[in-house]
Design a protein around this ligand. Structure first.
Ligand code: 6R9
Length: 653
């Protein structure tokens, strides 16, 4: 983005609605406004205090070693065991009977795991890994559905110091193979299958194919979930054969604060996936603190549900490590939101009396499309804090979420962060911040983020540019697995001395942050920078629009022209098919943002291409808009979507 972005669009900044925290929440909030001052006065002392939430076997000598930037070491010399912190210490403190997970399978089967249960299961799995020859420092690939064995496997690895690499169930054999190869995993943990959309979906054949082509794997540990027949290989062992017979005692050894906890691959837009490396002490300190602060989590009384898949970083940090470190009671759900009916999630919230709920804008927009009457049928009155993550939340989606799910009362916390940041970085605090629909608001206490222009100079309030982080933070990635050079080049070279997040952002007149989408997606129309987020939010503010994605397509006159893909709301009726509707939407955008942002073309589509974590893959829509054959679709959640879109649009290949 150039300096032009200062003067172009500003519709988001005209959003005037404000939602102050409810008085009772503010009064008893875990974190108050003073945290900002404390962290500003002494950032490292603030993080040292947060790290005291954990139980350390050996105290650290130094909070941060930044002598070799951008390679950070946090809590240098300290030792701890992550699994002990997530499980055992709660049992030792007499809280073994507290539920760690209310697990709900898609077909309706359930399992309840208390902290004491979890301790036994993790110990057995840890003993099994040792029996299978896994040692501290080895890598273990985990390719499981959303079943309890997934967090159990992660914690078993953490316990013995093996580094896990969770791969989304549903990624192709080729995607799995490249990740196994890159990490040189010795063991793969998988299942016969899982339930999705009302039927069993096989996983094992994908693993067989991937492992046959990956040299490093010695054993495959298989959980029986669906009972589907599996093609048994010599290297296979069943979970129920090997894990169930182990002792449920295992003494956790301390590991160095910088011991590698996990690798998680981000696909990026192009090129080889990046293995983002997270380590132990700093990661757990920041996930625990942010979970406590941003969700105001009260472990004795709250029932917390993060609806993400654990294969996404959101599940790592906010289903597994943060909540367990805090001794929280969580809900974990295996399947899709519309199985067996479109109210399944609300039914789960009512059943477990969920108080804190964390989901993604893509889900919220889907629920808007399905209609307000569906959540209205369920008792959602237990909810007190709602969270959002993954994409910018359009103001209309934010307001819909607050009104229809939060009874018009609950704060909505829009949390900005990345696989690379490991934990939440920019977010409202539910007991402090008067929220603005669509804004992630402020960097959290202890986080030194800013918006800078092309030259790396911070923009004034009211200005726009690139989001950066100017000082290291505890849960930051430590490198790209096996590729330090790529780590430096990707994140620390665009602006010397600063972490480049790759997102565009604005600061409003109050200095609050608004995220504008990936810098790579910014459109250049007749010399003006226009963010995809702003045009999409304008479209979604039309009462008949549920979801929208826009891309810049090459245009002989304007350089790039805006092409919009729009999903109508369920209630919109039949008139959405005609040219009239497209014109109405184009005029609506022109009115909200100015004529420069008027889409050249509007395409009405039934679905949008999304990743498994719900992010719109604009690259593929750009292929459609520019009339090219469609590129790599391997990380799409549903590979048939592009066919659906192409069928609707005559002339596309
Ligand atoms: C946690 C996660 C990271 C990218 C990030 C940004 C987008 C995430 C957002 C958001 C606006 C938010 N993003 N949260 N954009 N507002 N609240 O999503 O990690 O999958 O690595 O994606 O997601 O573009 O750079 P990851």
């Amino acid at each position: 983005m150039s300096e032009k972005s200062h003067e172009t669009l500003s519709n988001l900044l005209q959003e005037k609605r404000r939602f102050p925290p409810p008085a009772d929440l503010a009064e008893s909030a875990n974190v108050t406004a003073e945290a900002y001052d404390a962290a500003a006065a002494d950032r490292l002392a603030f993080w040292a205090e947060q790290a005291e939430r954990l139980s350390w076997s050996k105290p650290w000598d130094e909070v941060l070693d930044w002598s070799n930037p951008p390679f950070a070491k946090w809590f240098v010399g300290g030792e701890l065991n992550v699994a002990y912190n997530c499980v055992d210490r709660h049992v030792e403190a007499g809280r073994g009977d507290r539920v760690a997970y209310h697990w709900e399978g898609e077909p309706g089967d359930t399992r309840t795991l208390t902290y004491a249960d979890l301790q036994r299961e993790v110990n057995k799995a840890a003993n099994a890994l040792l029996e299978l020859g896994v040692r501290k420092g080895d890598r273990v690939a985990i390719y499981l559905p959303m079943i309890p064995e997934l967090p159990i496997s992660m914690l078993a690895c953490a316990r013995i110091g093996a580094t896990h690499s969770v791969v989304f169930g549903g990624f192709s054999a080729e995607a799995l193979r490249t990740r196994i190869d890159d990490a040189q995993a010795r063991l793969v943990i998988t299942a016969d299958g899982g339930y999705r959309r009302g039927k069993p979906s096989a996983l094992k054949p994908t693993v067989d194919e991937a492992v046959a082509a990956a040299g490093s794997v010695e054993r495959v540990l298989v959980v029986r979930r669906t009972g589907a027949e599996v093609d048994a290989q010599e290297r296979d062992v069943w979970w129920h054969d090997v894990v169930d017979r182990q002792s449920d005692e295992h003494e956790a050894q301390p590991h160095d604060a910088e011991h590698p906890l996990y690798i998680l691959y981000t696909s990026g837009t192009t090129g080889k996936p990046k293995g983002i490396l997270h380590t132990s002490g700093g990661y757990l300190a920041q996930t625990a603190y942010t979970h406590h602060a941003v969700f105001d989590l009260k472990p004795e009384t709250d029932v917390y549900w993060c609806s993400a898949d654990i294969g996404w970083v959101t599940g790592h940090s906010y289903i597994v490590y943060g909540p367990l470190a805090n001794g929280a009671t969580s809900v974990m759900y295996e399947g899709t939101p519309d199985t067996p009916h479109q109210g399944r999630w609300w039914e789960i919230i009512a059943k477990y009396k969920v108080t804190v709920f964390y989901t993604a804008p893509t889900a919220i927009r889907t629920f808007m499309k399905w209609g307000d009457d569906i959540p209205a049928r369920f008792d959602l009155s237990s909810l007190r804090v709602l969270g959002s993550v993954g994409e910018p939340i359009n103001p209309e989606a934010y307001v819909w979420y607050r009104e229809n799910i939060g009874a018009g009362k609950t704060p909505v916390v829009d949390t900005w962060w990345q696989t690379e940041t490991g934990a939440i970085m920019i977010s409202p605090l539910p007991g402090v911040t008067a929220g603005k629909p669509g804004a992630a608001m402020r960097p959290l206490p202890g986080i030194d983020a800013d918006v800078v222009d092309d030259t790396g100079t911070p923009v004034p309030d009211g200005g726009g540019g690139f989001l950066v982080v100017k000082s290291p933070w505890p849960s930051m990635l430590r490198t790209i697995w096996g590729d330090d050079e790529r780590y430096v080049k990707t994140y620390w070279s665009r602006f010397p001395g600063m972490y480049f997040a790759g997102d565009g952002a604005k600061k409003d007149e109050d200095g609050d942050f608004w995220l504008l989408g990936r810098v790579d997606d910014v459109m250049l129309v007749s010399g003006h920078n226009i963010s995809t987020t702003e045009v999409e939010s304008a479209l979604v503010s039309h009462p008949k629009v549920a979801e929208a994605a826009v891309v810049g397509a090459t245009d002989p006159v304007t350089g790039q022209a805006i092409v919009a893909f729009v999903i109508p709301r369920g209630s919109a009726g039949a008139e959405v098919e005609g040219d009239e509707f497209a014109k109405e939407l184009r005029d609506h955008v022109a009115r909200s943002l100015g004529p420069i942002a008027k889409p050249r073309q509007i395409m009405i589509v039934p679905e949008l291409p999304k990743t498994r974590s719900g992010k719109i893959m604009r690259r593929l829509l750009k292929d459609v808009a520019e009339n090219r054959s469609i590129g790599d679709v391997t990380t799409l959640a549903d590979s048939t979507v592009m066919d659906l879109i192409s069928q609707k649009l005559p002339g596309t290949k």
